[in-house]
Design a protein around this ligand. Structure first.
Ligand code: ATP
Length: 512
């Protein structure tokens, strides 16, 4: 299967097993809006717990809040979102499809990069052990030609971005012969700016002053509560405020399933520091956040940093943590050094004094801020796409398995009476009663045991517990492990500890 086919199969799987549904599907759905089903919500909650606890329990100087989606509209003037939260859009006149001009160019650049990597791989195969990659990259004419082309387009792209040169974007698209993937033509409109914020009316009077925005990031809710939290929590700099919540963006191109949605969830932490120390903290948080991701156990090679060339209007340093999604390395988390931009502007526009008084030095200053911001839905997609596998078994059959890291798995264990008689369901019920307070589990007595194992594999359940006739005699059950399919006999009273060792999120936290 190609990566594209695997991705399609994953989307279908998510729907079939109750992870993720297109929103309001009975009315043909709503573009780029998805609902989480019974298993999706459990996975999502586990991810949120891992993040929340890593932030607020492992750091004594980080506290959490829960602010509203609606905030005073001046917030978005102060934050710069009203003026500058734009994406450059372009339409293809034949297909009537809309694209982000910057994304079209970035995709084109990625294709050149892929070509270079393919050349290098060819060289590696040709020269075998004696392959000198650095020399090959510096001398091979095909690599050099593609690299020169990449550098030229890239330099123009960075300049167009920095100068907000919309005509410049269009010229690159024309010069690179980029065509619409749907119509195949190059019949493009001019590039225009498009503000991504959704708005609505708060008082229903139709007065323009009543316009209010749905927050495009949760961060501003933290900035407007900075003073309250700092004072009531008697927080001393450096300290952080964490928040998980919904954000809304009217994305121009909303494809790739839950990767880019119009309503999504963010886990953001704003860390307030003394001016001049922000780069040190930026480096610390980069390391800290990468550790959090790799600790989940989906392979360090699937993550990388991508430093920003163009900085957002509020930042003096920025990097992304990218993950290897089925459609390539893409942003999973953003880490920004936001300076005093936000607090400074809120102070100006509100007329309130938003300063920190350092009792030790007697100084008073506007704190600088380092932000870590990760999308909950992108985390869900990372976990699901990394764990979806179609395996060929020795007996010639195949199985679909979600090898979700056990602490994040939606269902931790399934309790399965071998047959629906002879007192086995009753004993299975006792096992269930033993486990229900600690774990999310499923009880299943329908179909053959093989079919029931497959159903649990398909939703990523780490353990299947089978109650059979021997269980009635010796009080043991068979525990089957999802990934290895290995089976062992375990005493019913030992089950809780055995499962807990593998699935408890605290074990993940302890490794951080
Ligand atoms: P992108 O470049 O992919 O549009 P961004 O740089 O605009 O993302 P940030 O503003 O840094 O994203 O937001 C922080 C995080 O929020 C992102 O790393 C991502 O995980 C998540 N996120 C942003 N936009 C969306 C979206 N439309 N759907 C789902 N998650 C999103």
């Amino acid at each position: 299967m190609t990566q594209e086919e695997v991705f399609k199969a994953l989307v279908a799987h998510c729907k079939e097993y109750g992870f993720i549904f297109p929103s309001s599907e009975i009315y043909d759905g709503l573009a780029a809006v998805y609902d989480y089903g019974q298993l999706g919500v459990e996975l999502k909650n586990n991810i949120k717990n891992y993040w929340w606890n890593a932030m607020t329990r492992l750091n004594e100087n980080i506290v959490g809040i829960d602010s509203c989606v609606f905030i005073h509209p001046k917030t978005w003037v102060a934050s710069g979102h009203v003026a500058a939260f734009n994406d450059p859009l372009i339409d293809n006149k034949d297909s009537k499809k809309r694209y982000r001009a910057d994304v079209l160019i970035e995709d084109y650049l990625s294709k050149i990069e892929e070509k270079i990597e393919k050349e290098v791989e060819k060289g590696r195969k040709r020269f075998g052990d004696g392959f000198d990659e650095a020399k090959f990259r510096a001398t091979n004419p095909n690599v050099l030609r593609e690299k020169a082309r990449y550098d030229e387009i890239h330099a123009r792209y960075v300049k167009a971005e920095a100068e907000n040169d919309l005509a410049g974007y269009k010229q690159i698209i024309l010069d690179c012969d980029i065509s619409c993937p749907v119509s195949g033509t190059k019949n493009w409109t001019d590039v225009r700016q498009f503000n991504l914020m959704f708005s609505t009316q708060i008082n229903n009077t139709g007065n323009a002053d009543d316009k209010i925005y749905l927050r495009p990031e949760t961060a501003q809710g933290i900035f407007v509560e900075y003073l309250n939290v700092q004072k009531t929590g008697r927080m001393k700099i450096p300290f952080g405020i964490a928040q998980i919540g919904k954000a809304f963006r009217n994305e121009i191109v909303a494809r790739q399933f839950i990767f880019r949605m119009r309503e999504f969830e963010q886990m953001e932490m704003e860390f307030f520091v003394k001016p001049g120390t922000e780069m040190e903290w930026f480096a610390k948080w980069k390391e800290n956040r990468m550790k959090w991701h790799v600790n989940i156990g989906m392979g360090a090679e699937n993550y990388r940093f991508h430093d920003h060339e163009k900085l957002a209007h509020y930042a003096n340093a920025a990097t992304d943590i990218e993950f290897r999604f089925p459609f390539g390395f893409k942003e999973l988390e953003g880490i920004h050094s936001r300076t005093d931009y936000d607090l400074g502007n809120h102070a100006k526009l509100s007329g309130k004094k938003i300063k920190y008084f350092d009792t030790e030095t007697g100084e008073s200053y506007t704190p600088y801020c380092v932000e870590t911001s990760v999308g909950v839905d992108r985390m869900v997609l990372a976990v699901l796409s990394n764990s979806y596998k179609v395996e060929q078994l020795e007996n010639g059959e195949s199985r679909v398995v979600l090898s979700i890291p056990a602490p994040l798995a939606p269902v931790k264990a399934a309790v399965l009476p071998l047959v629906k008689k002879d007192g086995l369901p009753e004993l299975a019920q006792k096992v269930v009663d033993e486990l229900r307070y600690d774990f999310n589990f499923q009880y299943d007595e329908k179909d053959s045991i093989g079919k029931r194992y497959r159903r649990q594999d398909a939703i990523g359940t780490p353990f299947c517990i089978t109650v059979d006739h021997d269980s009635l005699v010796d009080g043991t059950v068979t525990v089957r492990e999802r990934d290895t399919m290995a089976q062992e006999r375990v005493k019913i009273e030992d089950l809780r500890a055995l499962i807990d060792k593998k699935v408890n999120i605290n074990n993940l936290l302890r490794n951080l």
